[in-house]
Write a new protein. Sequence first.
Lengths: 526, 139
Amino acid sequence: MNNQIYTDPVKLTQSIFGKLLITMVMLLLLIIVIFTTIQIQSEKNILVMKVNENISEMKLNIQREGRSFSNSLGRLTENSIASYDFFALFESIREAVDLEPNLSYAILMNKERKALLHTDRPDLEQEILVKNYDIFASQQERPVFQEHVSDQITYLEYVFPIQISTSTWGHLRLGFSLIALEKKIEYSENEIKKQIRRIVFRSVVVAGIFMILGTFVVFLLSRKISRPISVLTAYSIELANGNYGFKPDKKLIGKDEVGRLTSSFGMMATNIKNANDQLEGYSHNLEKKVKERTKELESVNQELKNFAYIVSHDLKAPLRSIGSLASWLKTDYEDKLDDVGKEQLDLLVGRVNRMHALIGGILQYSRVGKVEEITARVDVTFMLNDVIDILNSPKNIKISLDTDFPTIDFEPTRIQQVFQNIISNAIKYIDKPKGLIHVGCKSHGEYWEFYVSDNGPGIDKKYHDKVFQLFQTLQSKDSYESTGVGLSIVKKIIETNGGRISIDSIVGKGTTFKFLLLKGKNDVKK
Amino acid sequence: MMLKNKDILLIEDDSIDVMSFKRALVRLEIKNNVRHVENGEEALAYLSNSENSKPGIIFMDINMPRMTGPEFLKMALEMKLIGCIPVVVLTTSREEKDKIDCFHLGISGYMIKDIDFEDFVITMRTIFNYWALCESPGL
């Protein structure tokens, strides 16, 4: 789980406000660009359409004008041809060409396409005209318009067939130059371009204004939307830091979903705070109680220690007096006592001794885990050899150390007590002519596992728990000098230091005591 | 010699222990007078009284009514009543704390009262043999 609280300011591009702002501005920009493009395109289309209309109207005008002019000129020509008055006809046609600004040329050609008059190219007069449009014109039976390009100039030509007594004599062709029209078209196109430039400029300005206004609105909107979230965020950070008293400005919260979320968040915080306070109260109470209990325990512990001391001194003193008195009775009144009396006095002294041992056992047992001993480095091999020396076992019992032993950190007298009690028990109870006691150790995970095995009488499984209980012995107390304290102390020492002890035994064959001791950090296995 | 014919001061509240002590001396054929007081207060009074001769050795118990052994020892040292007199503690207590307290007060020996009278006699013999041989300053 990530417990980090983000308190540093959120980067603009990562904040909700920033994201909103950027997205909305982008959207606005896109819309404005699309709309502006469509606007420009449609205005351009309208303009082009208008110009085209204009042009076609102009063309129609020219055609109308040309037709009426040509008709009158055509009649004149027919009449003149009928009366063979060619000279006057040519004059009037030339005059018309000179006078009419739109009329560029006039051609009069007979059926064989021989040009009788050519105002534009007098050099072609009396020649047969061979161009495509000349051929086209010669084939016409009715007045018709044709467009053709000659010397890069577009001409609108009116072809007028001249009828003499129902047969076509020839054709009068009047060419109207479209230069003016083209100029007009060119002018219009320029005008359109100018117009479009104006429109584009205007659209861009409008779009810019819209953009600025839009951005401003979007900014306000984004802030309006994101501010409650920012407030919520700040609020949650304060809460996460444990500042439950923090209350956000109500005006900034609003009444929308986020506002409600913030309010319920606040409610939750209040609940948490209350729960926390309650918990704190509980824990304070608990602490107080623990302190009280600890104090009680301490005083009980102290009482126990005092008790042990009282037992040690005050119970022992009269016991010792009884013992002394009994032995004095025996010596002072030796001649007056018979054998039975003497034996009873001996028994009395024996019981006094046993009680003395019991008291000593209680004291030892109660001291384990209460009186703090100083932990020291204990070389177990060394210590075991010491124990074997102290126990001074009979010659028929052989104690062998099977393995190497570690050097551990332990209370020296306690670890010695453990081995001494177990080994001395083994020595005490061995019933074979050749006693064998083995001691060993191996590493067992986080524990050292020690064992002490003997070839003694063994312990029945049903007594395995009993031997560790205080004052419990399996033999009668008279037959063996035993108080039933030794193994209880062993168990207590091992368990106080986080270990376990167990018994493996076959009756008649022997017993193995196994115990685990927690390894220390500095333990060294040889 | 340290003891010669000087008195022995025994500070002990248990009368049987006193008997035991005296019997042990009889057994050891020690003829010195035994001056017996029952607690620390009486011991202080005894030592302060110039009519009483200075004892050659003091045996004291630890747990006694009114004033314990260590309390008496502390007072006596402050009042300069001990001087060069060896003080031997005779007690049933095997408590480490008791031993440390007493040795810090400059005792000369710490003996456990054995349960068995014969063992006690042996202990006493050792103590007296030692102090009988010990040279005292020539005061």
